[in-house]
Design a protein around this ligand. Structure first.
Ligand code: HEC
Ligand code: CU
Length: 359
């Protein structure tokens, strides 16, 4: 053993050996950096923008699993790093010491311990995960079914019991909802970050997810499977409402639906007001007083004579679905251009026929 040989660190050559492995300044710097990292970590952990409070009961169970896993990982991290740090300080090789360490041939009890503890942790986490999964997938008594259709690039929610179709998901607080999901084209994925629920939506099978909103509010529904050019805008929202609010919403949706027109006149009148034609067009029969567009009293009588070559029916239909194709003189082109998309063909027919009766 040659204790007088050159230090093994080339950059120290010629400066003589520094006593100890670290000098006081680098020790202080290491401690400060470590302390700052711990404080930043705590701050980020307490105000984690990626993990807001879970708004579903399933989310709470998943968060509990996540916290336990994170907690175990944190303990292991601290213990391992602690031993590492202790070893560096306690057994670090002094500068200039080039002797060999003592020969070690393994340590049976140590190896048993560091095999047994992780094995126990893995088994515990597997059992815990299984329990959480079984719990969040267990049907409660009176779950409400919502059929979810994903298509490039929109979500659609259908309530079979009330025969309601909506592009927003509304659910009553505290009631379990079973989502039966299907795609009409490619693979999408249903995700509500605040609910912690993420599930693929496939074209060839129905996938299911259960959600129970436990916090009133509106949360984003996100498609989280790259599904094409419009993937980023494939979003909707889920509204968790009180029972009463949910019933009002259901009633308003049901009222807005196409009903078998018992009385075509009454039906046309209802469509006229529901589609907000009344806000712009006066019409005595519908008690409408709007002033932005021309009054539609007598439209059935004059429509055939407005544009050469267009029958009364053609004119009225076109005036609704393509309002700017012909502008009534002295009026601004402000009539919405999307009525053709907002109405079913049957609704459009009924509305046109109704207006034609106004002579
Ligand atoms: C935001 C206001 C607005 C709404 C809502 C609106 N319209 Fe109009 N509409 C107009 C204006 C302004 C005109 C005249 C300019 C033009 O021809 O586009 C017009 C023109 C028309 C005409 C031609 C009238 C004529 O005298 O030749 C018809 C028919 C018509 N609208 C029907 C409807 C129906 C049916 C609805 C509901 C489904 C509706 N409009 C909703 C503003 C509106
Ligand atoms: Cu998608």
């Amino acid at each position: 053993m040659n204790q007088e040989s050159q230090p093994s660190f080339p950059h120290r050559a010629g400066h003589g050996a520094t006593p100890g492995l670290f000098d006081a300044t680098s020790k202080l710097a290491a401690i400060l950096i470590g302390a700052a990292a711990v404080i930043a970590g705590l701050a980020a952990g307490l105000r984690n923008p990626f993990l807001t409070d879970a708004a579903s009961s399933q989310g709470a169970a998943i968060d509990a699993l996540f916290s336990i896993t994170l907690g175990i990982a944190a303990v292991i991290f601290v213990v391992v790093q602690g031993f590492l740090l202790y070893s560096i300080i306690r057994f670090g090789q002094p500068a200039g010491d080039e002797t060999d360490g003592p020969p070690i041939r393994g340590n049976a009890s140590l190896e048993v311990i560091w095999t047994a503890i992780p094995a126990a942790i893995v088994v515990f986490l597997a059992l815990f995960s299984y329990r959480v999964l079984a719990d969040i997938e267990r049907p409660r008594g009176d779950e409400m079914i919502v059929e979810v259709t994903a298509r490039q690039y929109a979500w659609e929610f259908y309530y079979p019991t009330s025969d309601i179709q909506s592009n927003e998901l509304h659910i009553p607080l505290g009631r379990q909802v079973l989502l039966k999901m299907r795609s009409t084209d490619v693979i999408h994925a249903f995700w509500v970050p605040e609910f912690r629920i993420k599930k693929d939506v496939m074209p060839d099978r129905i996938t299911e997810a259960r959600i129970t909103g436990v916090q009133l509010g509106t949360y984003p529904v996100v498609c989280t499977e790259l599904c094409g050019a419009g993937h980023a805008v494939m979003r909707s929202q889920v509204v968790v409402q009180s029972d009463a609010e949910f019933r009002i919403w259901t009633a308003s949706q049901a009222a807005g639906k196409l009903r078998a027109p018992a009385d075509p006149l009454a039906y046309g009148r209802e469509l006229y007001n529901r589609l907000a034609c009344n806000s712009c067009h006066a019409l005595t029969d519908a008690a409408a007083v709007g002033q932005i567009g021309p009054s539609l009293d007598g439209i059935g009588g004059r429509a055939g004579a407005t544009v050469a070559g267009q029958s009364a029916e053609e004119y009225v239909r076109l005036a609704i679905v393509k309002p700017n194709a012909y502008l009534v003189p002295k009026y601004q082109p402000v009539m919405p251009g999307d009525y053709g998309l907002r109405m079913s063909d049957a609704e459009l027919d009924a509305l046109v026929q109704y207006l034609l009766t106004r002579k």
